[in-house]
Design a protein around this ligand. Structure first.
Ligand code: IMO
Ligand code: MG
Length: 422
C-alpha cells in the first residue's frame, strides 16, 4: 500500500516547503492541506509565472493531481475565490479542487477581532498575520463556528447572527465599529454559490483513495515552532502544524503515514515576535535577509534572520518523527565567507542539546557555535551530493551527523529544478 507522505516546516515557517511540495506533488495523485489558513504563503514559479498559494494546495498546478483542502484548515472564502480566479485567469483548471465540508469559515469579524486583540496586547504583541486565524479557531473550539458545509447549504444565518451579536458586545466595550450581519450574509451567500461545486466529504474521499493505493501528499503550512502545543507559546499560531495536525486535519489514520520530511533553510528566519536564540540582529542578519529575499509572502514583513539552530532542529525531529530533511538555500548561505552552526545551548556553564520553548529559559541560554567555511560558488546545476564543493559537504554532513536524520533534498538555487535529490 502507498504510504501518505508529509512535508512539514521545522522552525518558524517560510522554510521553502513549497519547493519540496512542488517536486513531490508531481508524483502525487492527491495533494492535501491539513491545517492553518491564509496566514500561510507558498510561492512557486512555473514557466516564468509566479504563483502565491495561501489556501489551495500547490499540487493543483499538476493537472492530474487532486487538490484537497482538509477539515483542519480555516477558510476565508474571499481569499479562496481570489485564488481560484487567479488560477483560471492563468489557464489552470480548478476542476480538481475539493474543499472539506468540515473546514471552518473565516468571517470579517474574525479579522477585526484579530486586529483588536493585537492592539489590546500593547507591548506584548504576537505579531499575527491579521487574517483572523486565532479568532476562527477560538469559535471552532468554543463550538459556535460555521463550517463550509453550513455555508454552502445556506444553513449559517442563525448561528452567524448570534455570533455577530456576541462579538458586537465585545467590540462595543472597546469602542470598535459594529459589524453588520445583513451585509455579511448577502456577501457570504454569493461566496457559497461559487464554492459549492468544490465541497466534498474529504474524509471519505481520502480514505477511499488510500484503499485504492493512490499516492497522497500532505502539505504542511506554518511550522513546528509555531505549533500551539509544541511551539514557543504564546508566540505561535492557533493550530497544530506538526505531524499530529495531519491526522486531525484530514482524517487520515497514523498508520498510513510514511515519510515525514522536515523542511529547513541552511540558516534560519522568523516573522513576528518571540524568542529566537540564533537571531543575528546585525550586519550578518541583514546580509542573509537580502541574499535570501527574506520578506513575507503573506504580509511582506522583513523576516528576522540568523544561523541554523540544531538544538531546535533536533526538537523538531523529535516531536514530528522526521524521516528526512530537506535543506533549502544552501546556495544562499554559501555566499558568505564564514558560516556558523548552533550545536548546543550553554546555560549555567553547561552545554546541552536541551531545547525549550520557554522564553525565560531561553533568555538564560547562549548558543554554542561551530564555524564553517563558506564561498560555495554557483552550485545551482549540481545534481549529485558528491559533486558539491568540500565546504558545502562539510556543513551538510555535520547537520546530518548531529540531528541523525538523513538529508533527502538539497536546495541549490531559486529555480524549480535547482535541487539535489539524495
Ligand atoms: P508559512 O506556511 C511564517 C506567524 C505569524 C505570527 C504567528 C501567529 O508561509 O510558513 P497567526 O496569523 O497565525 O495567528 O500568527 O505565526 N506565522 C507564520 N510565520 N510563516 C507562516 O506560514 C506563518 N503563519 C503564521 O507571523 O508570528
Ligand atoms: Mg510563508
Amino acid at each position: 500500500m502507498n504510504k501518505v507522505d508529509v512535508v512539514l516546516g521545522s522552525f518558524y515557517g517560510d522554510e521553502g516547503k513549497g519547493k519540496i511540495i512542488d517536486y513531490l506533488s508531481q508524483n502525487a495523485d492527491i495533494s492535501v492541506r491539513c491545517t492553518g489558513g491564509n496566514n500561510a504563503g507558498h510561492s512557486i514559479e512555473i514557466d516564468g509565472k509566479k504563483f502565491a498559494f495561501h489556501l489551495i494546495p500547490s499540487g493543483i498546478l499538476n493537472k492530474n493531481t487532486l487538490a484537497v483542502i482538509g477539515n483542519g484548515v480555516v477558510i476565508d472564502p474571499r481569499v479562496l475565490i481570489e485564488e481560484i480566479e487567479n488560477l483560471k485567469a492563468n489557464g489552470y483548471s480548478t476542476e480538481n479542487l475539493r474543499i472539506s465540508d468540515r473546514a471552518h469559515v473565516i468571517f470579517p469579524y474574525h479579522i477585526e477581532m484579530d486586529k483588536l486583540q493585537e492592539e489590546l496586547r500593547k507591548e506584548d504583541k504576537i505579531g499575527t498575520t491579521a487574517r483572523g486565524i486565532g479568532p476562527v479557531y477560538c469559535d471552532k473550539f468554543e463550538r459556535c463556528g460555521i463550517r463550509i458545509g453550513d455555508l454552502v447549504n445556506k444553513k449559517f444565518e442563525k448561528q452567524l447572527r448570534k455570533n455577530i451579536e456576541n462579538k458586537n458586545k465585545i467590540f462595543e466595550i472597546y469602542g470598535h465599529n459594529q459589524v453588520n450581519a445583513s451585509d455579511i450574509i448577502i456577501k457570504y451567500n454569493e461566496y457559497a454559490e461559487i464554492l459549492k461545486p468544490y465541497v466534498a466529504d474529504t474524509v471519505t474521499l481520502l480514505h477511499n483513495a488510500i484503499q485504492e493505493n493512490k499516492k497522497i501528499l500532505c502539505e504542511g503550512a506554518q511550522a513546528t515552532l509555531l505549533d500551539i502545543d509544541f511551539g514557543s507559546y504564546p508566540y505561535v499560531t492557533s493550530s497544530n502544524p506538526t505531524v499530529g495536525g495531519v491526522c486531525t486535519g484530514t482524517g487520515i489514520g497514523a498508520k498510513y503515514i510514511g515519510e515525514v520530511y522536515g523542511v529547513l533553510k541552511a540558516y534560519s528566519s522568523r516573522v513576528g515576535e518571540g524568542p529566537y536564540l540564533t537571531e543575528q540582529k546585525n550586519e550578518i542578519g541583514d546580509t542573509i535577509r537580502e541574499l535570501g529575499h527574506e520578506y513575507g509572502t503573506t504580509t511582506k514583513r522583513p523576516r528576522r534572520c540568523g544561523w541554523l539552530d540544531l538544538v531546535a532542529l533536533k526538537y523538531a525531529s523529535m516531536v514530528n518523527g522526521l524521516t528526512g530533511l530537506a535543506i533549502n538555500h544552501v546556495d544562499t548561505i554559501g555566499k558568505l565567507d564564514k558560516i556558523k552552526l548552533c550545536v548546543g545551548y550553554k546555560k549555567d556553564g553547561k552545554v546541552s542539546m536541551n531545547f525549550s520553548t520557554d522564553a525565560e529559559y531561553l533568555a538564560d541560554c547562549e548558543p554554542v557555535y561551530e564555524e564553517f567555511e563558506g564561498n560555495f560558488g554557483d552550485i545551482s546545476n549540481i545534481k549529485n551530493r558528491e559533486d558539491l564543493p568540500e565546504n558545502a559537504k562539510k556543513y551538510l554532513n555535520r547537520i546530518e551527523e548531529i540531528v541523525n536524520v538523513p538529508i533527502k533534498f538539497i536546495g541549490t538555487g531559486a529555480g524549480r529544478d535547482a535541487m539535489i535529490i539524495c
